[in-house]
Structure formats: C-alpha cells, structure tokens
Ligand binder design. Structure first.
Ligand code: PGA
Length: 240
C-alpha cells in the first residue's frame, strides 16, 4: 500500500480529487466507486469546483456507491441516496449513478442484483473508501470472516454510535445495511483509502501494519495490488 500524508483535510481532499480528475480525463467513461461519511465530502467539494471551472466532465462517468442503510427511504435526509445527491450528484453532470436500493422489497435479491450491475458495467476502475474507527470499509464490520460479495449485514454497535450524529437520536440509526463485500471492493483496479483526524490514527496504523484479520476489515487491503492511503497528519500520527 502506498501512503500519502497530506498537511490537512483540505490538502487530502485536493489530492484525492486530482486523482479522480486525472482518471476521468484519461478514461472519460470510467466507473467510480464512491463512499459516504464525512471524510469524502471535501473531495466532492473539490470535484464540484473543478466541474464549475470546466476542468472535468462527468458526462460519460458511471458511479457505484459502496453501501446504503437497509431499509431506508430514498427521501430520508439520512439515506446515502440523499447524501450523494446533495453532496455531489445534483451538482455535476454525471451520466449514471447507482446506490444499493434501501427500499427494495428483498435485501438478498438487492445484493445479488447490485453485484451483477457492477459486473455488467465492467467493474470499478477506482474505488474511494473511508475507514471506520473500528476499521470497517463500506459496512464490512469487524467479525469472524470476510464476506466476499455484496451483502446484507447488521451494523456494529460502534458504527451505530458513530453514525448517530447524523440522526436526531441513536435509536433512529438503522440497524442493518447493504454493502459491497470485500471481493466486490477488491475487483476495483485502484483503491484510495481516505482518513482524517487523530480519531482514525489507530485504525490507519492497524490497516497498514497490523495482521490481516476480519477483526480489522481494512487490513485486508494489504493484499490488493494498487491501494493508496491518503491521510492528513493527524490520521498519520501512529504511522510516521
Ligand atoms: P467518516 O466515516 O468519513 O464519517 O469518518 C467513515 C466510515 O465510517 O467509513
């Protein structure tokens, strides 16, 4: 894994956006894998600035998001569907976007359909990932085994607590989600893992240097041939 330490969150966001812009310039019909959470918001802001300035054209780009709560209404302010529209998709000219459907009648069928849709688009060229304090990527939570394909999964107690900040009350955080699995993520040609702030320093250290274990899901990224970890100085606190 390559480690890129940036001075602060803004520099991290600029660096990630630059890599995305370069990919879109060299492959205008590329497939991006996108993430939600606080960390990629700055990257999306940079991409919107670049788009407004005429520096990038998403008119042939397809995006697949990593995960979605399940069940959740698309119209809910907390859905990742809503998050992506607000923070990126409604503000650029992206051709096609896909997010697991939190309103699907059957979670297992939705997982299988999502996996097939990604394959039908030729797979993901570049996957952006955040990392949970507990080491999760997407909603692949710490557990006894890695799950390969897109799957329906309970959220870890620590994730429910961490995500409660987006809801009126912790009790409103959905208890389940649909997430790309580890093999789904691994099929991406290139992966960028983003982390900002001292709260992520321990997870980043373990992801890069710890044992490869499903107890720390991001550690499996050590096995992917093209991963760049872009962190700010605070998140790099234990690896420098
Ligand atoms: P965050 O979430 O970007 O809001 O810290 C990351 C994650 O849980 O994957």
């Amino acid at each position: 894994m390559k480690l890129s330490v940036q001075k602060n969150y803004e520099a991290l966001s600029r660096e990630c956006a630059k890599i995305i812009r370069e990919l879109v310039a060299s492959k205008p019909n590329c497939v991006l894998g996108l993430a939600t959470g606080s960390t990629p918001v700055g990257t999306y802001e940079q991409l919107i600035h670049m788009y407004d300035a005429g520096d990038v054209d998403f008119s042939r780009v397809t995006a697949f998001n990593l995960d979605e709560y399940f069940p959740i209404k698309k119209s809910s302010d907390q859905s990742y569907y809503h998050f992506m529209r607000k923070n990126l998709f409604d503000r650029i000219n992206i051709a096609q976007t896909f997010i697991p459907d939190g309103e699907a009648p059957d979670a297992a069928a939705e997982c299988a359909a999502y996996e097939e849709k990604i394959a039908a688009h030729g797979g993901i060229d570049l996957q952006i990932l955040g990392i949970g304090n507990n080491g999760h990527i997407g909603f692949n939570e710490p557990g006894d085994a890695f799950v390969a394909a897109t799957n329906y999964t309970p959220l870890d107690e620590s994730t429910i607590k961490a995500n409660a900040r987006f809801f009126a009350d912790e009790s409103e955080v959905p208890r389940y989600a649909v997430t790309m699995g580890i093999r789904t993520i691994f099929r991406a040609g290139k992966i960028i893992l983003l982390a900002s702030g001292a709260g992520k320093a321990d997870a980043i250290f373990k992801a890069l240097h710890g044992p490869i274990t499903p107890q720390m899901p991001a550690s499996v990224l050590q096995l992917h041939p093209d991963v760049t970890v872009i962190v700010d100085e605070d998140a790099a606190g234990l690896v420098k």
